[in-house]
Design a protein around this ligand. Sequence first.
Ligand SMILES: [Zn+2]
Length: 249
Amino acid sequence: MMVEAWLEEIMASYNQESYEARDSYAAQLHMPGEIFQELVWWALKSLPDEILVGLDIDVNQQQNPEVDELFASVQQVDGLFQGQGYLINEAHIVNRGNSYSVHHLPEDWTDDIFAPSRGARAGRFTHWLHTHPNAPAIPSGADADAAQETPGVDLILGLRFSPSGPLPWFDDVEGKRRILGKEATVKSKPNLAQKSSKGNDLSIVGIAPSGHAIHEVQLIAFHKTGLGVNVIFTDENNLPYGWNSIIPR
Ligand SMILES: [Zn+2]
């Protein structure tokens, strides 16, 4: 699967920021660009719902050690989470719903496949990602609660897009944001800011197959203890997008 050039570009700029901020994280997680692109498309196809995606790792494939070393943090915690150091190789949509219900799996899923002891979100997947359509990637209280069941890390994908449908951009959230590329800006005069709330005048970073104009992409990862996990987007050679401009010369 081909990764769109605009997406490669913003993943590279995110990686650059991940490198510069590496010492503020407790661990790192490598996210293959092909899988990430799929997540963005799924998020938009599933509107107006949020989706919950289970991510699996390949226990036979470790993250590129050279990249691991370069992005190592002075406060790195080894063995922080399950699957640490292993590449993500699978993603499955497990549920959809609102910001609360998305974390609760349909009962037949948990009954048939999982023992009740494994919790509201069960324990089959290592990492979990859910989406925030037209909202920043910042965890809510429900998100933090759900993360307590996660053996690996939790990720939140925030997207700002138009047409927004029933979901106008919701920005009233406190927390650290990590944007891929630049924050969305109003293209025309500032006094048209009112109109921009509909998305008409916002800068566009890319167009999704669903036809949505994407104004902003955000991604964060965190461990259930609240520690931040640094995400590095990797290409088909398991090297970060933008690798050549990141490596020290
Ligand atoms: Zn959430």
